[in-house]
Ligand binder design. Structure first.
Ligand code: SF4
Length: 420
């Protein structure tokens, strides 16, 4: 069950009603923006409450929904750090009722690990469940087929209630691989724990067909060119629109028509910076001039481009920041949405492991109650995060001027599929 969606459907009924009556895409974008603002306030109040052991809103309603299914074990999939707050409250209540909890997903943190068993993949989850059912000889049955990491059970999304989603059309999220194969970017932690593994495209196809969805949001961190073309071949006959994220490398030029023809409608690009020295520091493996040609070729093929920018990577200077601003201005015609973030020191990243190599000094950790420790640092030269934030604020009008899609799509990136 999707407790997130259940919470939203119950807590923000008005927005759901308004979406069903929205007449234009402009209307729809405005409703999403209103929802984003209202929900942000609610999350922050609830999260503050969880820190001091105050139950978040609708906790007993959400517990009732879970308990109605009479679970032996409740497994939580935690995708965003912000979900740790509500999950923690649910785990504490379920444990009081003697129900075992397990958790997994990219945003599981040390505080969740203290509360319940955390597992790395679906096979470990099956093993965990099966370990509770030993036969007379005391052996644990092994019923799953497949490899070490994948039990090849296809999702069909039939357990989810379409009315729980604030979306004009159904969009399904799917992952075609376990992690990122590139594994180089110095700020990134997405690949640290997982072995790279590609799921069978027959299973992905079956999921899409069974779901009957016409919009597919591939949530892979990154997809290689051969794999991208294999996905395009698999998906083309299904006549769906799809979205994925890539590194802007020039090997992709020449494939965009084929990709667009298969239904690829939106690409989110890890551009990060418009300055070559910063790209080299990040180890992005991209070139500024190639990125421009890639964005142009993708745009010319009819694909919408979302550009991710990272400001304040250690020792980035103000002039280098301005190179990025120039980059988006130069490529305005090929960019549909700019999505910015500020560098943060993440445990497990290359920068965290070797701070001196990246010009970082004075790393300090700060304890938090629900989330993992937060790290602050100083830089030998260039901008620190505060300065990077100030520079972003100073140029926010320029950044917003580039956007052709409603800015709220930055919060709900899958929605870009409905603005094409
Ligand atoms: S930023 Fe993207 S491409 Fe780079 S290592 Fe992380 S997931 Fe891979």
């Amino acid at each position: 069950m999707d407790i997130n969606a259940k919470f939203h459907a119950l807590r923000f009924k008005d927005f759901y009603k308004r979406v069903s009556h929205s007449k234009s895409l402009k209307d729809y974008g405005d409703i999403l923006a209103g929802f984003e603002e209202a929900s942000r306030k609610v999350y922050s109040e609830n999260n503050r409450g969880v820190v001091v052991d105050k139950p978040p809103e609708l906790l007993s309603e959400m517990l009732d929904i879970i308990l109605k299914a009479k679970p032996d074990i409740v497994a939580f999939s935690i995708v965003y750090s912000s979900q740790c707050f509500y999950t923690r409250a649910l785990i504490d209540e379920l444990k009081k009722q003697g129900i075992g909890c397990v958790a997994g997903g990219p945003a599981v943190n040390s505080k969740i690990r203290e509360r319940c068993t955390c597992l790395n993949n679906e096979v470990e989850l099956l093993d965990f469940i099966l370990s509770r059912f030993k036969d007379e000889k005391g052996d644990v049955p092994k019923i799953f087929k497949g490899s070490e990491f994948c039990c090849r059970i296809t999702a069909d999304f039939s357990d989810y209630d379409k009315d729980d989603y604030l979306s004009k059309e159904m969009i399904i999220p799917l992952k075609t691989s376990s992690s990122c194969y590139y594994r180089q970017c110095a700020f990134c932690t997405h690949y640290s724990a997982d072995r790279y593994f590609e799921y069978d495209l027959h299973d992905i196809k079956e999921s899409i067909v069974k779901s009957e969805a016409k919009n597919v949001f591939f949530i892979d961190d990154m997809i290689s060119k051969p794999r991208l073309l294999a996905i395009a071949k698999m998906i083309k006959p299904l006549k769906v629109k799809w979205w994925c994220q890539l590194r802007p490398t020039k090997d992709l030029i020449g494939s965009f028509e084929e990709l667009h023809d298969s239904g690829l409608a939106v690409l989110a690009w890890g551009v990060e910076s418009g300055n070559q020295r910063v790209l080299n520091l990040i180890k992005k493996g991209t070139k500024v001039e190639d990125m421009e040609s890639v964005l142009r070729a993708s745009h010319d093929a009819g694909i919408k481009n979302i550009v991710y920018l990272l400001f304040g990577f250690p020792i980035e200077t103000k002039d280098e920041f301005l190179d990025t601003i120039d980059f988006i201005k130069r490529n305005d015609g090929c960019i549909d949405l700019v999505s910015t973030s500020i560098f943060g020191l993440q445990k497990g990243s290359k920068v965290f492991k070797e701070p001196c190599a990246f010009g970082i000094t004075g790393v300090e950790s700060h304890k938090r109650t629900v989330l993992d420790d937060r790290f602050t640092y100083k830089v030998e030269r260039g901008m620190d995060s505060e300065e990077a934030k100030k520079m972003r604020n100073r140029y926010i009008k320029t950044i917003k001027k580039i956007d052709k899609m409603p800015r709220v799509v930055n919060a709900y990136k899958e929605q870009a599929l409905l603005f094409c």
